[in-house]
Design a binder for this molecule. Structure first.
Ligand SMILES: Cc1ncc(COP(=O)(O)O)c(C=O)c1O
Length: 397
């Protein structure tokens, strides 16, 4: 069975590469490449900084992107802040707490987190003396919420939690978590970096206070990220500089009242144009199609790992309900050796701790190999991977 959508991705059709590292960053479809190139070819401008056509066009494009992101999330444009990345968006929210917390406060994170949603909170707690409470995972990698109410009662100021683990594809029960957080009136930041490329998000239904993701995992170029903020009235800009003020004197500034006050400095226009095009593209494909493609391939790979000689060398450590990630560990082989041998066959996977060392430790591992799928992958990719893994066993045994 062929996958029509693969033909939209020049990096995959013009070479023999088998790309199974989409959780790291996705390949870019022709329509996004064209939109980005056309923007640069037809006139690049700095929004709000000129009285000329290129600058005006940049203003319109940035607002179009904001509008498309808002529609994608079922939010309002005035809740969407354009940043550089998910990492910057999380640091943006963390910066709000540096003056507000003291040792009477606490913040809750989980063992599932990517370092991007852990280190900023560690730093804020170190700076302010606030406590960092860690929600643990079970040996199966599922989130244990049994301590949540205790932690929430400890003058908790925020929960920062992933929507989907970048190692196991596991999705914690955010409904349950949100219910308890709201009971205690504690705001919640959801790291959607690994969820948004694979499923539709309704931020009103999720009802979190902050939601973050990066464009480059969503078929857009690198350099643009999103911070959704339910209520921006108490939010202070992360950065100060050009494009965010109504009035400046040598000693004071007055911020503009609109959402642009959170976006100081010149934006990455090609990436923003690319994100708009990527959202248009994804809407065309549809999340149901994406889910059907990825889930079938996850099942296919899982069956091969369980039902062939591969089971002697590799165990699956990803979650049974993972939508697009299959992670494997091996008692016999180091994950770097596995990935290097696969790379020599032009098969791209990720190996190591995946910037999630606490989770890797909690699962009793030191490292693992992560296979992650995008809408362009095919059964042939899975066949090549499983042959590649058999080759790994031959070479390393
Ligand atoms: C779950 C999760 N959160 C945050 C990030 C950070 O994203 P970025 O490096 O694009 O800022 C990643 C990146 O892999 C991730 O997987």
């Amino acid at each position: 069975m062929t996958n029509f959508w693969k033909s939209n991705f020049p990096s995959l059709t013009s070479s023999e590469h088998v790309y199974l590292d989409s959780a790291s960053t996705s390949q870019i479809p022709e329509v996004v490449i064209n939109a980005t190139c056309n923007y640069m070819r037809e006139g690049h401008g700095n929004p709000g900084r000129g009285m000329h056509e290129f600058s005006d066009k940049a203003v319109a494009l940035i607002e179009q992107c904001r509008h498309q992101v808002a529609q994608l999330l079922n939010a309002s444009s005035q809740q969407i802040i354009l940043t550089k990345s998910a990492t910057e968006s999380i640091n943006f929210v963390a910066s709000q707490f540096s003056q507000k917390l003291d040792k009477s406060h606490s913040i809750i994170v989980s063992e599932l987190e990517h370092h991007a949603n852990l280190l900023p909170w560690q730093k804020i707690c170190q700076l302010t003396g606030a406590k960092l409470h860690l929600l643990k995972v079970s040996p199966k990698g599922e989130l244990d919420l049994s301590n949540l109410e205790n932690y929430l009662s400890d003058n908790c100021q925020l929960i920062a939690i992933t929507q989907c683990s970048n190692v196991t594809g596991y999705q914690p029960d955010l409904k349950k978590l949100m219910k308890l957080a709201q009971k205690h009136q504690v705001p919640v930041l959801v790291d959607g970096a690994q969820a948004i490329p694979h499923q539709s998000i309704d931020i009103k239904a999720l009802d979190c206070d902050y939601y973050v993701f990066s464009g480059h995992k969503l078929y857009a170029p690198g350099g643009v990220g999103i911070l959704y903020c339910k209520n921006t009235s108490q939010l202070a800009p992360l950065l100060l500089g050009g494009g965010i003020v109504d009035k400046v004197t040598p000693y004071e500034y007055q911020l503009t009242s609109n959402i642009q006050k959170f976006e100081a400095g010149s934006p990455n226009m090609p990436a923003i144009v690319g994100l708009s095009a990527a959202i248009t593209y994804i809407n065309q494909v549809g999340f149901e199609t994406i889910h059907n493609i990825e889930k079938q391939l996850v099942n296919d790979l899982t069956q091969q790992l369980i039902n062939t000689e591969l089971r002697e060398y590799f165990s699956i450590i990803s979650h049974p309900e993972s939508r697009n990630i299959v992670s494997i560990s091996s008692k016999q082989f180091h994950s770097h050796d596995i990935a290097t041998i696969l790379a020599s066959q032009k098969i791209a996977v990720r190996a190591g701790h995946h910037c999630a060392q606490p989770l890797i430790n909690a699962l009793g591992l030191k490292h693992c190999v992560r296979v992650s799928l995008g809408l362009y992958n095919t059964h042939s990719d899975i066949q090549k991977l499983t042959s590649g893994l058999k080759q790994v066993a031959k070479v390393l045994l």
